[in-house]
Design a protein around this ligand. Sequence first.
Ligand code: IMP
Length: 202
Amino acid sequence: MKIIFATGNAGKMKEIRMILSDLDAEILSMKEAGIEMEIDEDGLTFEENALIKARAIHSCAADAIVLADDSGLEIDYLDGLPGVYSARYMGEDTPYEVKNAAIIRKLCGVPDEERGARFVSAIAAVLPDGQTLTTQGVIEGIIAYEPAGDEGFGYDPIFYVPDFHATTAELTPEQKNAVSHRGKALRAMKKKLIRYFEEYEG
Ligand code: IMP
């Protein structure tokens, strides 16, 4: 069985290969599968966007299992923003140092209990028979008072996890994978795929 993951991001592919390595399947990026496509992510939820991407790729690779993810940061004090707009928030090309500093400024003087935030990741699968599966993973935290850490990417330096006394940019990749939204959603998807393989083979 071939699994194609709808991403061009090498970091994500590494994480996905690590988590799905014990599945009896060949795991390919879009590029490795020879698929190039611009997809409009105009859904209103992470799950909708993940399904839009997975369905679009499935139209070019109907014999494979196609996986896609969509994720972002929801900040309670900003009514859930940046949410599904996380990549586009303040402009796609604006450096994260600028976006992160702006978010910290917006929350200036806001106490811990109102700084709640979460990273959310939705994963969608389209199976060769057209059936779809979806999973979601969440990690809860608060918006930090100042950026910290050089690991990770995006909003990691301002996402503080009280249990770790650290931002997700201060965790090693292994520590982050073990608790992250994407890690949780991927492991839940792996369980669903294992069940699908068992039915398929049985
Ligand atoms: P994507 O849908 O996974 O490409 O994520 C969309 C955007 O959400 C990214 O460009 C980041 O701004 C943000 N994001 C998602 N996951 C993370 C994370 O683990 N750390 C930091 N930012 C993230």
